[in-house]
Every structure is written in C-alpha cells, then in structure tokens.
Write a protein that binds this ligand. Structure first.
Ligand SMILES: Cc1cc2nc3c(=O)[nH]c(=O)nc-3n(C[C@H](O)[C@H](O)[C@H](O)COP(=O)(O)OP(=O)(O)OC[C@H]3O[C@@H](n4cnc5c(N)ncnc54)[C@H](O)[C@@H]3O)c2cc1C
Length: 436
C-alpha cells in the first residue's frame, strides 16, 4: 500500500486511528498544533491528552461504556491498552494516571516506524488524499471556517445544549400521559408529566438553589436565548419556566378533573421510544443535582437517567445531515471525521470512533467494502446516533443503552444490562468472523 493517510489532530481519536493503521502497515502523518500551540483546554506537550477528568467511566462490562471498552479491546485498541497499563484504583470505574496514559500513547506514536508526527496547524481541509479529521471540540478557528465552507455553516455547531435522557420504562405511567399540545384526538408524540402548584413550587425552590457545574474560563456565560439552561430561566423569575418549557396550556389530560399548573414534556430519543429526552431541559446542574431536582417531578420520581444534561463549548457537525454511515463527509469519500467533532461525546467514544474510522480506512486501502458494526453493539449504537435522520435537533451523545435496539423480551433492569452486553458481544464476534 503506497498511500499515506493524513490524520489531523493527535488527540484521543487521532492517536487511536493512527496506531491502528500503522500497526496494519499503513503509513500515516499525524498533525497537531501541539506542542507549539495549545487550545484553551490543552496543557500537556504529550499527545492524547485527557483535558479534564482522569476517569474513563465504568469498567463494568454490563454498562454501555464498559461494553464499548470490551469491544475496543476486541479490535486491538491502543487507547485501551495504555489505559489498562496506567490505571489507578477507582472502584468500578477505569481511571488512569493521566500523564502516564498520555505518555504511553505518545511513545507508541513516536516510536512507530509507520507514523510521522508533525507539529502544524491545518487551516484548510485538504483537497487530496485520504484524510481523517480529528481536531476535537476545540478545533482551531481557521480550520473551522474551512469546515463550515464544505458543510455549510448550519452543519456546524459550537455549543452542546443537552437535555437529560430518561429510560421510558422507568417513568411512572400513572402520573404521565401521551398528548400533543391542543390535540385531543390522537395519542400524541409527547409524554406529559403534570405538576400541581404545590409540586411546581417545591421543584422551583430546589432548582434555584441547586449546585451548578462551574464554567471553564474559556466558556462565556452567554447562552443562546433559544436554549437557555432551565436554572438560568428559573433565576429570571418564578413564572419564566411556566411560559417556557413547562407551559401547561393545551396539555391538560382529557377527562382529568384538574388542569395541570405546569407540565414537563418528553419526546422520543430513538425510533423505538425506549428512551425519551426532556424537552427544553438543557442544564448545567451537577449530575447528582439533576437527579435530585428532576426526581421531584412526580412522574420522574424513580426515573433512570440514561444521559444527564449539559451545556458546554463544543464543536461538532450536524452528523445525520452531514456525514454518511462510515463517518465520512457526504460527497467527500476520502474525508473521514473521528472523535468529538463527528458528534459523539466522551473520551472513550472519541477513541472508539478513531478506531472505527481506522478500520474502514484500512479496508478502503485494501479495496474492500466499508463496514459498520451491528447496531446491537456499543460501537454500532454510536453510528446509529450519528446517522439517525429522524433527529431534528442533533446533539452529541455518550454511549448509552438508549441508543441500542430494544430487547424483545421484558427483563428486570439488572438483567436488561446483562442481556444487552451478551447480545453485543455475540454479534460483534460473529461480525468479525464474517469479515475475516
Ligand atoms: C474542557 C473539556 C473538558 C472535557 N472533559 C471530559 C471529561 O472529563 N470526560 C470525557 O469523557 N470527555 C470530556 N470532554 C469531551 C471529549 O471527550 C474530549 O474533549 C476528548 O478529548 C475528545 O477527543 P478528540 O480526539 O475528539 O479531541 P482532542 O482530544 O481534543 O484532540 C484534538 C487534537 O486536535 C488538535 N487540533 C485542533 N485543531 C487543530 C488544527 N487546526 N490542526 C492541527 N491540530 C489541531 C488539538 O491540539 C488536539 O490535540 C471534555 C471536553 C472539553 C472541551
């Protein structure tokens, strides 16, 4: 194979892609602005830097992210190899010594005969050759301009505004009902969770004093009016939410003897409806506070949070409209995206997309057809998220079981996780066997 693959960005996704390709005999050139220039969050001269927490989240194979780790190991992940070599005690989570972890991957890159590392800021999307763009959530402005010119500026987003996602089966059906605003005829697409005045008062009082996640110093505390965090709306006054995402008009339940004082609406997150997102409830509350305060909504008393809400600076493409199912820019068969910029969220997920893209670039060079893992696997579920054209307001996502096709039989919550994991491992093994 004479082709040289250009990989822009030596973060988690870029390093994983480079090492996978290089181990399979492909020459790669890996570019990064570091160590000459650093983004506002990057500090270390080493590559594959963990910019914040040193936790790679759950190591339990029956959690979605734990399962993703198992799958990455099956594909020969160097990210996982270094993580396991540098892990520190963290209970059921996989946490690493961040410097040792980055050094492990940096050394693997530097010593690899098939990888050339260059310190250089790419300002323009290259026109020629196979390129993997893995410049992450803090891609430099010049390159973003270039990307927006090839995706159209609506295809690029600069802030996450994520509402929490809840497992449908854990919402109290006695305290909720399906109905669209002003529509009493059909069943409706929205699951409505009503509150009385007393319930709203309690919710409001707890919301305004709940603990928030502090902003990074490069994040301006300036939010788009269209997607304000619920706590910011609440701070503007007692009634702001009642005229915003908790507006009750047109939502009273047919046949009910009392009109609700406030209503929280949830909408399907996946086509099966096994996961629902809370409409307009983007928030910067800490995760424990989200659980505590949102559990005061009667229907959500025992809700299982598949994903918590967040708002932070991030750069990502409107994946369903901009990318094809192999995470290439539509209409540009040689330009792959990997990592956070492709529309996924999280360290492990970023590395996983780097691995998947590396896998397909290798197949492209070998003149084989490109492939995607089954949707029942954690890796496949990330692709489902990136390519779901039903998603109107696309937001990045961590891996979670809400992205997986629903299990056919009913199980307890604990059994369900086990079944998801077993099905994924069986399907991934079979898929890999078939590809051999
Ligand atoms: C402040 C912050 C905190 C985060 N905390 C967490 C956390 O605790 N846990 C978690 O799971 N996820 C976290 N994330 C989200 C995400 O998982 C990480 O950002 C992750 O590192 C993304 O991996 P990546 O490979 O896509 O990008 P990165 O790891 O950011 O790598 C991108 C690389 O591209 C380089 N680059 C950028 N532009 C150019 C250019 N024009 N030319 C050449 N090189 C360029 C950068 O220098 C960087 O090294 C956080 C994100 C941010 C912004």
């Amino acid at each position: 194979m004479k082709n040289v693959v250009k990989i822009i960005g030596a973060g988690l996704a870029g390093c994983e892609a480079a090492l996978f390709l290089a181990d399979h005999g492909v020459k790669t050139i890996l570019y990064d602005t570091k160590p000459d220039h650093f983004s506002p969050a990057h500090k270390s001269p080493n590559l594959a830097e963990l910019v914040c927490s040193n936790s790679l989240r759950s190591a339990e194979p029956t959690s979605a992210v734990g399962l993703l780790k198992q799958e990455m190991l099956m594909l020969g992940s160097k990210f996982m190899d270094c993580a396991l070599k540098t892990k520190v005690p963290a209970g059921k989570a996989l946490a690493v010594n961040r410097d040792a972890f980055s050094l492990c991957l940096t050394k693997a890159i530097q010593s690899h005969p098939n990888i050339e590392f260059k310190t250089e800021e790419w300002k323009k999307i290259p026109d020629k050759g196979i390129v993997i763009l893995a410049t992450g959530p803090l891609t430099t402005p010049a390159l973003l301009d270039s990307l927006s010119s090839v995706t159209t500026s609506e295809g690029l987003h600069f802030y996450d505004a994520i509402s929490p996602v809840i497992e449908t089966d854990t919402i109290d059906s006695a305290n909720s009902y399906w109905k669209d605003r002003w529509d009493d005829q059909s069943k409706g697409d929205y699951l409505n969770c009503p509150l009385t005045k007393e319930e709203y008062d309690l919710f409001y009082d707890e919301l305004i004093k709940a603990e928030q996640v502090p902003l990074h110093d490069f994040e301006e505390p300036r939010f788009f009016e269209g997607c304000l965090p619920i706590e910011v709306m609440a701070a503007r006054g007692y009634k702001t939410l009642l005229f915003g995402p908790m507006k009750p008009v047109g939502l009273w339940q047919p046949g009910a003897d009392q009109k609700p004082y406030a209503v929280v609406q949830l909408r399907k997150e996946n086509s099966e409806g096994s996961a629902l997102n809370i409409v307009g409830f983007q928030t910067k509350l800490s995760y424990p506070e989200q659980k505590r305060v949102l559990s005061l909504i009667p229907a959500l008393k025992n809700a299982n949070f598949l994903r918590f809400g967040s708002i932070h600076r991030n750069t990502f493409v409107d994946a369903p409209r901009v990318l094809d199912c192999f995470i290439r820019l539509k209409g540009r068969a040689h330009l792959f995206l990997a990592g956070q910029i492709s529309g996924i969220e999280g360290y492990v997920e970023s590395a996983a997309t780097g691995l998947l893209v590396g896998f397909n670039v290798l197949r492209l060079l070998q003149k084989k057809n490109l492939v995607i893992p089954p949707p029942t696997t954690a890796m496949g579920s990330l692709i489902t998220h990136l390519t779901n054209l039903e998603t109107k307001d696309f937001q990045p996502s961590n891996v979670n079981f809400g992205l997986f096709p629903k299990l056919v039989e009913r199980h307890t919550k604990k059994e369900r996780k086990q079944k998801y994991a077993e099905r994924a491992m069986t399907d991934l093994k079979r898929w890999l066997e078939l590809l051999k």
